[in-house]
Design a protein around this ligand. Structure first.
Ligand SMILES: NC(=O)c1ccc[n+]([C@@H]2O[C@H](COP(=O)([O-])OP(=O)(O)OC[C@H]3O[C@@H](n4cnc5c(N)ncnc54)[C@H](OP(=O)(O)O)[C@@H]3O)[C@@H](O)[C@H]2O)c1
Length: 314
């Protein structure tokens, strides 16, 4: 595993951060709690020291599994936990909050779920324009002063929103979607990095499509994240990405059958504005395949070839 400094937080985080949306148990394929706990154990065993979770991942279920795994392994002081506020999962719906009293309540619930008395990184999950940034960010500043939260960041904000919000509590980390098949946020991620923020790229496997495990169009349940959240699984993107996978297959064959997931993660990790790649996986085998991506690097020529294929097909 390789490590990078997460912007101005100074935290030395693994270049792979374990994502736990699927591990929460809603919106992705189903596994037993034992399998999911084992996936978290596997990540920590392979040198991952950064875990991303949220109360919005199935009503705190993901946070509770993270809390259990970290407690069972006795590694709280060696692991950085990022969790979020402002989005909860209630009766199968994602509901947004932004009032100070709700942020303070959510933080206490997350601390209980995670079985800890501090959160290393607390992120606003989505901008909520029904509340002034002074209120939401002011609540985060209060939590920092109370010592419940050590560092603060935001997800899914525009540059303008970050410029406004940071006045009320300094934003140290920016988390946004970024992968070979989704580059819309690249300019603001570059800007965030230039401002000294740590940058977390989520969906680095394109919701799984970049692993090559899915080669035929399928109909997913309305609640499935591959239906409602990631648009890569629907036409016209699906066919374009299949063409891109063809180029990745050719590169993989030249690299002794390197798994496509490792090619995709290497491509992400090579971006100088990315501090860490967020990867969601619910089994030990997948986690181990993904962490192994950070034991080697693609050449500049490989990256140029992938960039040309992205340009051609997407
Ligand atoms: N801030 C935000 O708004 C936001 C939004 C989205 C995501 N996130 C964070 O980012 C994390 C990562 O994103 P994501 O989970 O949405 O998408 P992702 O990591 O791009 O893809 C997850 C999918 O890839 C599959 N997968 C993982 N490794 C694999 C492998 N080696 N071979 C085959 N399939 C593999 C997973 O399978 P299984 O599930 O079956 O193991 C799952 O279906 C999330 O878990 C979450 O922590 C944050």
């Amino acid at each position: 595993m390789r490590y990078k400094t997460l912007g101005g937080t100074g935290l030395k985080v693994s270049e792979m951060c374990l994502g736990t949306w699927g591990i929460g148990g809603a919106g992705w394929d189903a596994y037993s709690d034992e399998t999911r706990l084992d996936a978290i154990h596997a990540a920590l065993e392979q040198g991952v020291n950064f875990i991303d979770t949220a109360p919005g991942y199935n009503g705190g279920a993901a946070e509770r599994l993270v809390g259990r795994a970290v407690r069972d392994m006795g590694v709280r002081e060696d692991v950085y936990i990022a969790t979020k506020c402002g989005t909860e999962y209630i009766d199968g719906q994602y509901v947004r909050f932004g009032a100070e009293k709700d942020i303070l309540r959510e933080c206490d619930e997350s601390l209980r779920n995670l079985q800890t008395d501090y959160i290393d990184l607390y992120l606003v999950h989505w901008p909520n324009l029904n509340f002034p940034f002074s209120e939401t960010m002011g609540a985060l500043e209060k939590l920092k002063q109370q010592g419940k939260v050590l560092h603060v960041g935001v997800c899914n904000f525009s540059r303008e929103q970050m410029e406004q919000a940071t006045q009320y509590c300094p934003i140290e980390v920016y988390q946004a979607q970024h992968s070979m098949v989704y580059r819309d946020n690249e300019a603001q991620m570059q800007w965030a990095a230039s401002q000294g923020m740590g940058v977390m790229a989520y969906g680095a496997l394109g919701g799984g499509i970049l692993t090559g495990a899915i080669r035929e169009a399928r109909t997913y349940a309305p609640s499935d994240s591959r239906n409602r959240f990631y648009k890569h699984f629907q036409e016209p993107m699906f066919s374009r990405i299949m063409a891109l996978l063809g180029e990745m297959d050719a590169l993989a064959a030249e690299k002794d059958g390197m798994p496509l997931a490792q090619i995709a993660l290497n491509w992400s990790a090579r971006k100088d504005f990315v501090s860490t790649c967020l990867v969601g996986a619910q089994t030990r085998a997948k986690v181990e395949q993904n962490t192994a991506a950070f034991d080697h690097t693609l050449t500049d020529g490989d990256i140029a070839r992938l960039d040309a294929a992205i340009e051609k097909y997407l």
